[in-house]
Every structure is written in structure tokens, then in C-alpha cells.
Design a protein around this ligand. Structure first.
Ligand code: C5P
Length: 231
């Protein structure tokens, strides 16, 4: 029986983290957890309830009213916000425009990280986000830091939103990615950083199959390394 490890995937917006994380989890028979979906669900709740992000008590109260669950589905996992399926809603530009501001709030991060840790206690998990290798799973057996040429990331995200019939221009997508990367990298609380022991995966010139093969090889190496350690 092989040991089941934790795999942390971090990186800038629209680098293909979730595509790789999902495929890797499927191949290894692990759970996949999209940590960004949690910050997006919190943001949707705050927007709907016009929460003042500068009012700490209002934010704390709103967090107490939120219950997020991720239900594994056939085609994709469903994100439930207080029982309501918000899987598609949280991908809209309205949420994307606010999420990095919400995710920079300390109490929001404490709330989300507690849930992420609770969901992954037994190992055998792939989680993607911005602080997984540095804060959520500093002990992950495999950490991957993904990056790709910014222009390519913009085009990829634009096509993804277009295919979902979302009315956006390529300039809006570019502005949103630049802004999110800037806020995510420069915030005080758990800024986006490559963990010292993370492997860098630049997928600018890799197709999804090549990228998956590389990550699978790294995963097998990490599993073998753990198996070789004394129990
Ligand atoms: O991964 P995704 O693009 O859906 O994440 C949306 C936003 O949530 C990010 O731009 C970032 O502001 C925030 N996030 C975070 N930490 C994570 C995952 C996401 O701050 N672990």
C-alpha cells in the first residue's frame, strides 16, 4: 500500500492550476480541493449582503453566517453556499473583480484556511491556491509553483469565459488578472509566494498532457520518497 501524500499547487491567476490539480487527483485517486472557490463563495456572500470590507465587526458577523461545502460531482464539483449551488455564480466577473480584496482580509483567511485543513486531514489530497505550500500545507510532500507567460494566461482565461457565454472583453480579463496578481502578491496576510521547496512548473510551452506527465512523475517520486522513510 503506497502512502497517500498532500500535493500543494500554487501560482498566479489563470496558470491552469485547477486543470492540473483535477487531473492529478483523478489519476492518483485523491481528493481535489479548490481553495479559490471558498474565497469566491465568501466574496459572493459579501457582495449580496453589501458587507463593508473595512468594518471588521461586519465582516466577522458575516463569516459566522456562511457555510461552504464542496460536493463531488460527475462533471465538476459543486460549491454550495448555505445550501445554494453557486458553482457558476462564483466564476462571474463581478466576483472576480472583488475576490482578491476579500481574500486579503485576515479573518477571511483564518476562516478559509481552517476549512481547508479540516477537509484534508487524512492525506491523499491535491489542493490549489495561492498559499497552500506556504501556509495551509507547509508539510506537503510535493509542492508545485505554476507559472506561465502573462499574455498566454489572458488568452486562456478569455476563451474560458467566452465558452461560458460570459460577456467580457480581452482587456477586462487582462486588467483583472493583473490586478489580482498584484493584490495577491503584495498583501500582508499570506501573500502569494513560491515555497522554498516548491518545484516550478512553467507551462507556457507545455500542452496539458505534457504538464500532467511531469506532475505525475514528481508525485510518484514524492510517494516513493515517503514510502522509504521510517514509519
Ligand atoms: O484560484 P482562483 O483564481 O479561483 O482564486 C480566486 C482568488 O482567491 C485569487 O485571486 C486570490 O485572491 C484568492 N485566493 C487566495 N488564496 C488561495 C486561493 C485563492 O487568496 N489559497
Amino acid at each position: 500500500m503506497h502512502p497517500r501524500i498532500k500535493i500543494a499547487i500554487d501560482g498566479f491567476s489563470s496558470c491552469g492550476k485547477s486543470t492540473l490539480a483535477k487531473q492529478l487527483a483523478k489519476k492518483l485517486g485523491y481528493a481535489y480541493i479548490d481553495s479559490g472557490a471558498m474565497y469566491r463563495a465568501v466574496t459572493l456572500h459579501f457582495l449580496r449582503n453589501a458587507i463593508d470590507l473595512n468594518a471588521a465587526d461586519e465582516v466577522a458577523q458575516a463569516l459566522q453566517e456562511i457555510e461552504i461545502s464542496i460536493v463531488p460531482g460527475m462533471a465538476q464539483d459543486c460549491v454550495l453556499l448555505n445550501g445554494e449551488d453557486v458553482t457558476h455564480r462564483i466564476r462571474e466577473m463581478l466576483v472576480a473583480e472583488k475576490v482578491s480584496e476579500v481574500a486579503a482580509i485576515k479573518s477571511v483567511r483564518i476562516f478559509a484556511v481552517a476549512q481547508q485543513k479540516a477537509l484534508s486531514q487524512s492525506g491523499g489530497v491535491v489542493m490549489d491556491g495561492r498559499d497552500i505550500g506556504t501556509v495551509v500545507f507547509p508539510d506537503a510532500e510535493l509542492k508545485i509553483f505554476m507559472t506561465a507567460d502573462p499574455a498566454i494566461r489572458v488568452v486562456r482565461r478569455f476563451h474560458e469565459l467566452e465558452s461560458k457565454k460570459q460577456p467580457v472583453t480581452i482587456e477586462e480579463v487582462q486588467r483583472n488578472l493583473e490586478l489580482r496578481d498584484y493584490i495577491d502578491s503584495n498583501r500582508d496576510e499570506s501573500p502569494l509566494r513560491k515555497a522554498e521547496d516548491a518545484r516550478v512548473l512553467d507551462n507556457t510551452n507545455l500542452d496539458p498532457t505534457e504538464q500532467l506527465e511531469l506532475a505525475l512523475q514528481w508525485s510518484r517520486d514524492a510517494i516513493h520518497e515517503k514510502a522509504a522513510l521510517p514509519a
